[in-house]
Design a protein around this ligand. Structure first.
Ligand code: NDP
Length: 279
């Protein structure tokens, strides 16, 4: 029997995850099927239990359900525990194992695919939602000099940083928070982990955060990321969309589910070529 997985979220119709996992399965000889499942607000726990009852083996979780996914998991990896957000659930008998592969995906894309060092650099993380929560721990472990977290709700940024303060001390990383309209200075790396690109909300910070050659990443990809990427380019920064992170976090989820690491760089190159040919 073919093993079943899916991505649950809202919206989810733009997701490239089914294509990526189908390609990973082909390249590693794994027998699985991966679908998209649009879930209504308030219906997430029911949707997970129903998918599991229908024989599902696990799922990815995207906006806005990552915190609910962490609450639903009966066992969590250390990185998911720190994030209090899960993007990967695996159904292990009676247990629901929750993990978070977003951070490994982002760091792998920046340092591996883009070839940009994080160690010793100054980093601005915009957002404090499920995606930001998932990436902050692995970003700290990459040992930048300083990370400032800016969020629309300043309290959200403070809570997130508070949870990571011990990890920051352990790795010698200075952590600070600020409001979106009061970001102090400019940075080597800027990561937009808000849902502004997804929702058409525009760039959430001023161009003063950019230096010449700052790597400016938006976790969004496809046409919706265009506004942020064009803004970065106009101000002399190096734009990077979230496609590489998407493929890298998917590869790590695939490993969590199947115990096999698929060839992520090759699949990213294929996906980028496919999307370029469609635009
Ligand atoms: P959440 O809903 O959990 O969090 C949303 C975040 O965006 C919060 O920080 C929120 O601020 C902020 N926000 C929302 N609207 C606005 C606005 N109008 N102005 C300023 N800030 C705003 O979403 P996620 O964190 O799960 O996802 C965020 C984005 O990251 C999505 O676009 C998602 O597609 C993308 N993503 C991409 C991945 C990839 O692999 N490439 C992986 C994971 C996510 P507040 O706290 O104040 O509400």
């Amino acid at each position: 029997m073919t093993d079943r997985y899916c991505v649950m979220g809202n919206p989810v119709e733009h997701s490239k995850s089914p294509w990526i996992h189908a390609r990973f399965a082909e390249l590693t000889g794994q027998d699985l099927r991966y679908d998209r499942l649009q879930v209504l607000p308030g219906d997430f726990p029911r949707a997970v239990h129903a998918f599991r009852a229908e024989g599902g083996h696990g799922c990815n979780v995207t906006v806005p359900f990552k915190f609910e996914a962490a609450a639903l998991a009966t066992r969590r990896s250390a990185r998911a525990q720190l994030a209090q957000a899960c993007n990967t659930l695996r159904f292990d008998g009676h247990e629901i194992f929750g993990d978070n592969t977003d951070g490994v995906g982002l760091v792998g894309d920046i340092t591996g695919n883009a070839g940009v060092a994080i160690a010793g650099r100054e980093l601005l993380l915009i957002g404090a939602g499920g995606a930001a929560a998932g990436v902050l721990g692995p970003l700290i472990e990459a040992r930048p000099r300083r990370i400032v977290v800016a969020n629309r709700s300043h309290q959200g940024a403070m809570d997130l940083v508070q949870r990571h303060s011990e990890l920051g001390r352990e790795h010698g990383v200075a952590l600070a928070t600020c409001a979106l309209d009061a970001v102090p200075g400019a940075f080597d790396l800027v990561v937009n982990a808000t849902a502004t690109s997804l929702g058409g909300g525009g760039v959430p910070v001023s161009d003063g955060v950019l230096r010449p050659r700052t790597l400016a990443c938006d976790l969004m990809y496809g046409p919706l990321a265009r506004g942020f990427l064009d803004w970065a380019q106009r101000h002399g920064a190096v734009p990077r969309d979230g496609l590489g992170m998407l493929v890298e976090q998917a590869a790590e989820s695939f490993r969590v589910w199947r115990g096999v690491r698929p060839p992520s760089a090759a699949v990213l190159a294929e996906l980028r070529a496919l999307m370029d040919s469609q635009s």
